[in-house]
Write a protein that binds this ligand. Structure first.
Ligand code: THU
Length: 129
């Protein structure tokens, strides 16, 4: 997709506005390019804390539910100056759909660190049939 990295990071920051995080007050945003379209995610918490879903998985599931499973780039926006990386569960979910993926980590000031799924999650769980 034609979006620049900078534009994608801005979209991830904007996606955090839809975070439902009344328990942690930690508002995370994600923007995922899949099959040339952009999908947004925000963390959605629940009063039953364990069923909370991260911003990254929200974006992935939104894309997959729309039939888009070829992931190109993912931006993850932290609400703070500190960068965050996708949690283990999100890494495993991403690995279901791609061997590797460009990931842009964005902080609250719009600064970016680049990484990849392969670097963050070199040996995903997978089994032969
Ligand atoms: N969270 C995300 O949405 N993505 C991450 O990469 C790490 C954590 C959310 C889950 C929870 O709603 C809040 O941040 C605090 O853990």
């Amino acid at each position: 997709m034609k979006l620049t990295d900078k534009e994608l990071t801005q979209l991830a920051l904007a996606a955090a506005e839809h975070s439902h995080s009344p328990y942690s007050h930690f508002r995370v945003g994600a923007a995922l390019i899949a099959d040339d379209e952009v999908f947004f995610g925000a963390n959605i918490e629940n009063r039953s804390y364990g069923v909370t879903v991260c911003a990254e998985r929200t974006a992935v599931f939104t894309a997959v539910a729309a039939g888009k499973t070829h992931f190109e780039r993912l931006a993850v926006a932290s609400p703070n100056k500190e960068f965050i990386t996708p949690c283990g569960a999100c890494r495993q979910v991403l690995s279901e759909f791609c061997d590797d993926l460009k990931i842009l980590l964005v902080n609250s000031e719009g600064s970016v660190q680049k990484t990849t799924l392969k670097k963050l999650y070199p040996r995903p769980f997978a089994r032969k049939k």
